[in-house]
Write a protein that binds this ligand. Sequence first.
Ligand SMILES: [Zn+2]
Length: 330
Amino acid sequence: MKICSKCVLPETFPGISFNGEGVCNYCLSFGGMEGINREKVKYRQKFEDLIARCSKGSGYECLVCFSGGKDSTYTLDLLKNHYGLRVLAVTMDNGFISPVAIENIRRMVEGVGVDHIFFKPRFDLLKQIFARSATEVFYSGKTLQRASSICTSCISIVKFVALRIAIEQEIPFVGYGWSPGQAPIQSSVMRTNPSLIRAAQKSVQVPLVERFGREVNHYFLEEHHFKKTDFFPYNIHPLAFLEYNETEIYKRLGEFGWVRPEDTDPNSTNCLLNTYANYVHQQQFGYNPYAFEIAKMVREGVMSREEGLGRFEDPPQSEQLNIIKRRLGI
Ligand SMILES: [Zn+2]
C-alpha cells in the first residue's frame, strides 16, 4: 500500500494522486501554517467578542456536546474554567460508552463543576440504525471520506438533539470538541440559521426516516424550532483556534482524575463501537475513516507522521468485533 511520504493518506483515499517524490495532492495544495495561524487569531477574537456581548441572564450560555473523550472533556474545561461560561454538558449514551469513560464523565462534570444531562435514546432503535449503517451506504461520499457511516449516524443524532435543546432553552453557544483535524477553522465560530440547518438535517433525517420510520423524528428539529430564528445558536469548536497539544491535554485532564480507557481503539477515548465502525469502513472503502483528519494534523504539525501512522497499526481483535456484532444483533 502506497502512503504519502509527508502525511498518512493511502493510495486508496478518494481523489488522491502523488508526485514524483511520493507527496500527495492534499499535501501539495496545503498553504502552510502562516494562513492558519492568522485565522486562529481571527476566530479566537471573534469568539471572545461574542462572549463579551453575550446576554447576562440566568440561563445557560453554552451547551457542550460532551462525550467523555479527551477532546470534548478538555473543551468542557476550557469553556467553563477558561472562558467562565455557564455550561450545560450533554452526553449521549449510545450504548457503547466504555465503563472507564462513564467514570470519567461523572468525575469531570463534578470536577469541572457543570450541570449535566445524560441522554439515552432507545437502544432497540439505535442498534438498528448502527447495524444498517454498517451494511448500507446512506450518506454522501464526501461525508464518508471523513467519518464512518456508523459514526455519522451517531454524531448526527447528537448534533440535532443538542441543537433542539439549545433552541428550546435559548442557549447562545453549542460547543464541540472537534480536534484541529476534524473540522476546518472556518467553521469554528459559526452562527447556525434555519436554512443551513434545514439542509443539513434533511441529508440525515430523510435516509433515517426512510429506513426506520417516524420514530427517529424527535431527534431532529420540528417546524416550530425553525420559527425561533433569533435563537439559532453559534456552533463553536475552540480547539481549532486555541493551542492543541495532546500531551498538555492529557496532563490537564489527569489533574481531574480523568483516565484513558484501555478498551477503546487508538482513535477514541470513550466509544467501544468505534473499533467496529472503523473496521467496517476499512473493509468497504479501503482506508481508515480517521485517515483524513490524522493527515491534516500531521500536515499542521499537531502530531508527527510516525505518531499518525501509529494510529492505524492495531488491527481489531475478532473477539472484540464479535461482542459488538452480537450487541447490534448482526
Ligand atoms: Zn500527503
